[in-house]
Design a protein around this ligand. Structure first.
Ligand code: CAO
Length: 439
C-alpha cells in the first residue's frame, strides 16, 4: 500500500474563505499529478486546485458549499509508488471573471459554423456556439470560460479528464488542431485560419547542437492563438507617418515639475491616448467593429483605448476606459498602475476587454517602424517607435525637430487606404500642436 498523504489548499494569495463550487473526484478515483481536484470561486475569480501527486483518492474532506482557505484539508490520497509532487502549487487562480456567462470576449470567437465559400469568413456571434451542447459538456467553470473566450464549442471537444471531464488542455488541443487543419465542416471556418497552409514538419534540433525545451507561458499560448487568427483573418495594411513632437515634448517637460509633485510621470503615451481620442472622434470608423454578419459596422460611442504592455511572460493589452473624460495626469497614473499590474500578473480578464483602438508603443525601447497586428475585433492599431531629433527643412533652412514615427495597421475590409492616410495625418497634426489636444 502506498504512503497516505493529505492534500491541502496551497497558497492562494490573499483569498480566504473561498467557496468550493465543485468537487471533481471521489473516493477510489485514480488521479494523475496536476489533475484538478476541486474548483473554488471567489467574487473575482475561479480556480481549480490541482493534485500535487498521482495516486488513489481515499477520502474527500470537503464538499460543495464549504468555505476553504490556505491549508484547509482537501482530501486524503494514497500515493502511487514512486509518485512525486508535480503540480505547480503556485497561486492557481485563473484570472477570469467569476461569472460563467461573461460578456463575449473582446476577440471574435473562432467560428463554429462553416462560412459561405466566397465571402470573407465570419466569426459567428458567441450565441451561435452550440449553446445546448456547450451547457451539457462536462467541464469546470474555468474551462467553460476559457472555451468561451476562444469561442470554442465545448460540445465538439474530446474530453481526456477523469469521468469524461473536459480539461483546459483539451480545449487548447482543439484550438491547435482547428488552426492547423484544413477542414471546413466541423469548426473554425477554414479559409480564415490557414486553409491549405502546409504544416511545418517537426524538426529534431538536437541533431544540430545542444538544445533546451522551455514551455510557453500561458499568456504566450493565449495571445499566440489570437495573434495567429487575427493575422490570418484580417487583411492588414500598414500606413507609416511621422509627427513633429518638438512642442509637445517641451510642454511635457513643463508639466514634469507639477507631475512630480502629484507623484506621476507623464510619458508620451498619455498624450498619444488623448490624440487617439481626437482622431477617433474625427474618423469614427477607426474605433468601429464589423458586425458578426458583416453587413454593418458597430460604431462605438465610447473611447476605451488598449495599450500593449510588454511583460516577462508575454504581451498583454489592458484597456483604459473613457480616455476622453480623463486628464493627462489621471491617464499617466492609470497607465503606470495598469502596466505594473500587468507585469505582476494581476490583470483580470475584464481589464482587457472592451477596447476600441490599441496603441503599441515601442518608443521606450527603440526602432524606427514596425507593423503591429490589428487587435480584432478592433479595426486599427497604432504602432509608435522611438522619436529622434532630425533636420527638417522649413522656410529655407534646416531646423532640428523631434520626430516621432507612427505605424498604423488597419483592417482593409473596413478602412480604405486614403482614410488611413488622413487619420495618421490628423493624428500627427494633433501631436504637433498640443493645444489641439485640448479642443
Ligand atoms: N520616443 C522616445 N522615447 C520614448 C518614447 C518614444 N516614442 N516612448 C517612451 N519613451 C521614453 C520615455 O519617455 C521614458 O524615458 P525616461 O525614462 O527617460 O523618462 C522611457 O522611454 C521608458 O518609457 P516606458 O516604456 O517605460 O513608458 P511608456 O509610457 O512609454 O510605455 C508601456 C509604457 C507599458 C507601453 C511600455 O513599458 C511597454 O510595455 N512597451 C512595449 C509594448 C509592446 O511590447 N508592444 C509590442 C506589441 S507587438 O508585439
Amino acid at each position: 500500500m502506498g504512503e497516505l498523504r493529505e492534500v491541502r489548499i496551497p497558497a492562494i494569495g490573499d483569498f480566504k474563505d473561498v467557496k468550493v463550487i465543485e468537487v471533481m473526484v471521489g473516493p477510489g478515483d485514480s488521479i494523475k499529478a496536476e489533475d484538478s481536484l476541486i474548483t473554488l470561486e471567489s467574487d473575482k475569480a475561479t480556480m481549480e486546485i490541482p493534485s500535487p501527486f498521482a495516486g488513489v483518492v481515499k477520502e474527500v474532506r470537503c464538499k460543495v458549499g464549504d468555505k476553504v482557505s490556505e491549508g484547509s484539508s482537501v482530501l486524503l490520497l494514497e500515493m502511487s509508488d514512486g509518485a512525486e509532487a508535480k503540480a505547480a502549487i503556485g497561486p492557481p487562480f485563473d484570472v477570469v471573471p467569476a461569472i460563467d456567462t461573461a460578456p463575449p470576449p473582446s476577440v471574435p470567437p473562432l467560428a463554429t459554423t462553416p462560412s459561405p465559400p466566397s465571402a470573407v469568413p465570419a466569426a459567428p456571434p458567441p450565441g451561435r456556439v452550440g449553446e445546448a451542447e456547450f451547457a451539457k459538456a462536462h467541464a469546470s467553470p474555468s474551462v467553460r470560460r476559457f472555451a468561451r473566450e476562444l469561442g470554442v464549442d465545448l460540445g465538439k471537444v474530446q474530453a481526456s479528464g477523469p469521468k469524461g471531464r473536459i480539461l483546459k488542455a483539451d480545449v487548447q488541443g482543439f484550438v491547435k488542431r482547428e488552426l492547423t487543419s484544413p477542414r471546413t465542416e466541423t469548426g473554425i471556418s477554414a479559409p480564415s485560419v490557414g486553409r491549405g497552409i502546409p504544416e511545418m514538419p517537426p524538426v529534431d534540433f538536437s541533431k544540430f547542437g545542444p538544445i533546451e525545451k522551455q514551455p510557453l507561458s500561458r499568456i504566450k499560448k493565449l495571445s499566440g492563438a489570437n495573434l495567429h487568427r487575427n493575422w490570418l483573418v484580417v487583411p492588414h495594411v500598414t500606413q507609416f507617418d511621422e509627427a513633429d513632437i518638438t512642442d509637445l515634448e517641451a510642454f511635457r517637460n513643463e508639466l514634469s515639475e507639477e507631475a512630480t509633485r502629484q507623484g506621476v510621470k507623464v510619458t508620451l503615451l498619455a498624450f498619444l491616448m488623448k490624440a487617439a481620442v481626437g482622431a477617433l472622434k474625427t474618423f469614427p470608423e477607426f474605433s468601429a467593429s464589423l458586425d458578426a454578419d458583416r453587413e454593418s459596422l458597430i460604431v462605438k460611442k465610447y473611447y476605451h483605448i488598449g495599450v500593449a504592455v510588454d511583460t516577462p511572460d508575454g504581451l498583454v493589452v489592458p484597456v483604459i476606459r473613457d480616455v476622453d473624460r480623463r486628464g493627462l495626469f489621471e491617464l499617466a497614473k492609470e497607465l503606470a498602475e495598469v502596466s505594473a499590474k500587468a507585469r505582476e500578473k494581476k490583470l483580470e480578464a475584464s481589464n482587457m476587454q472592451g477596447g476600441c483602438f490599441t496603441i503599441s508603443s515601442l518608443g521606450g525601447i527603440g526602432g524606427t517602424a514596425f507593423t503591429p497586428i490589428v487587435n480584432a475585433p478592433e479595426v486599427a492599431i497604432l504602432g509608435v517607435s522611438r522619436s529622434k531629433m532630425q533636420p527638417v527643412y522649413r522656410d529655407g533652412a534646416f531646423v532640428p525637430r523631434l520626430i516621432l514615427p507612427l505605424s498604423l495597421s488597419y483592417d482593409h475590409r473596413v478602412i480604405d487606404g486614403a482614410a488611413a492616410a488622413r487619420f495618421t495625418r490628423h493624428f500627427s497634426l494633433l501631436l504637433s500642436d498640443p493645444r489641439r489636444l485640448l479642443l
